[in-house]
Design a protein around this ligand. Structure first.
Ligand SMILES: NC(=O)c1ccc[n+]([C@@H]2O[C@H](COP(=O)([O-])OP(=O)(O)OC[C@H]3O[C@@H](n4cnc5c(N)ncnc54)[C@H](OP(=O)(O)O)[C@@H]3O)[C@@H](O)[C@H]2O)c1
Length: 269
C-alpha cells in the first residue's frame, strides 16, 4: 500500500476503509452492535490496513476484535479513531480523558495510530483545551498522531497558532462536485494531509455518468476513477463497503494514471 508521510514523519496509507456501519445490525448506523467482524475482515483480506472508526460509531471494540482475528501483526495496521465534540465527551478535561481511555480500552490494540477531534467544539479555545490533552497522550505514547475532522480554515488557523503538536490530518467531506478545494489547498500548504470522507455516496447521478465515461478509457469504474483522482491529489480516501467485490474494486486503483485533461475535468465538476 502506498503511503504519505505526515508532518511528524510517520507514514499513513493513502487508502483505508470506513467502518461507520460495520459490526451493526442490518448495516444501520444507529442500530445495535452485533460484534460481527465479517465486513472488516473481508476488507483486511483485500489489503486495507488503514481503518477509520470513532467513538460515535460505537464499534471500536469490533474493530479491535477484527484486527486481532486477522492474525496480521498489529504494527501493519493504521487505526484512526475520533473523540466527539459533544459536551458529554469533551465538555470537561476529565471527560476528554475518559473518552480517550474508553477508545484505548475498546480498541485494545496497545496504542492508537491517529486520533481526531471529530467535529470542532463551540469555540477555538475549547478546541485548544481538548488538543492540549491529546498532545499529552502523544507524549505518553498512547496515541501516535493527532488531527482534526470537519475543521474549517479559521478553526485550523487558530489551532495551528496555539498547538505544540501540529495536526497531521484534517478529515472532511470531499467528492467530485463538492471537493472543498480551498480547504484542500489550505491543508496542503500547511502540511496537513486532507482526508476525504464520503468520497462515493454523495456523488450526483449526472456526475457519476461523467465519471463512468472517463472510466471506460481506463477500464475502470466511476468509483475507481474517484479514488484514483483523490489519491493522486494527495488526499487520503476511506471508502466503506459491505460488499467484498466493491471492497476489492476500491483498492484496485493503483494501476492507472488519469490524463491531465481528465484530472482537470474531475477537479472542475
Ligand atoms: N469525520 C466525519 O465526520 C465522517 C462523516 C462520515 C463518514 N466518515 C467516515 O468515512 C467513511 C466513508 O463514508 P461513508 O461510509 O458514509 O460513505 P462512502 O464510503 O462514500 O460510501 C459508502 C456507500 O458507497 C457504496 N459503495 C462503496 N464502494 C462501492 C463501489 N465500488 N461501487 C458502488 N457502490 C459502492 C456502499 O455500498 P455497498 O456497501 O453496497 O458497497 C455504501 O452504500 C465512513 O464509513 C466513516 O468511517 C467520517
Amino acid at each position: 500500500m502506498r503511503t504519505l508521510t505526515m508532518n511528524n514523519g510517520i507514514p499513513i496509507p493513502v487508502l483505508g476503509t470506513g467502518t461507520n456501519t460495520f459490526g451493526k445490525e442490518n448495516r444501520v448506523f444507529s442500530a445495535p452492535i452485533n460484534n460481527d467482524t465479517t465486513e472488516l475482515k473481508s476488507a483486511i483480506e483485500c489489503g486495507y490496513r488503514l481503518i477509520d472508526t470513532a467513538i460515535y460509531y460505537r464499534n471500536e471494540s469490533v474493530i479491535g476484535k477484527a484486527v486481532k482475528e486477522s492474525g496480521i501483526d498489529r504494527s501493519q495496521f493504521f487505526i484512526t479513531s475520533k473523540i466527539p465534540e459533544k459536551e458529554a465527551f469533551s465538555g470537561t478535561n476529565e471527560r476528554v480523558h475518559d473518552s480517550v481511555q474508553s477508545s484505548l480500552k475498546a480498541l485494545d490494540l496497545d496504542y492508537i495510530d491517529l486520533y481526531l477531534i471529530h467535529f470542532p467544539l463551540d469555540t477555538n479555545e475549547d478546541n485548544v483545551r481538548v488538543w492540549r490533552i491529546l498532545e499529552d497522550y502523544v507524549k505518553k505514547g498512547h496515541i501516535r498522531s493527532i488531527g482534526v475532522s470537519n475543521f474549517n480554515i479559521d478553526q485550523l488557523t487558530y489551532l495551528l497558532t496555539h498547538a505544540a503538536i501540529k495536526p497531521v490530518v484534517n478529515q472532511f467531506l470531499s467528492y467530485p462536485g463538492h471537493h472543498n478545494q480551498p480547504l484542500i489547498d489550505f491543508c496542503q500548504a500547511e502540511a496537513i494531509i486532507p482526508e476525504a470522507y464520503q468520497s462515493l455516496t454523495k456523488v450526483a447521478p449526472e456526475t457519476k455518468e461523467i465519471l463512468r465515461e472517463i472510466g471506460v478509457k481506463y477500464g475502470k469504474t466511476w468509483s475507481q476513477v474517484i479514488l484514483n483522482y483523490q489519491i493522486n491529489e494527495g488526499i487520503i480516501a476511506i471508502p466503506k463497503s459491505h460488499n467484498h467485490a466493491h471492497q476489492a474494486d476500491n483498492i484496485d486503483i493503483f494501476d492507472f494514471a488519469l490524463s491531465d485533461e481528465d484530472r482537470l475535468r474531475i477537479k472542475h465538476l
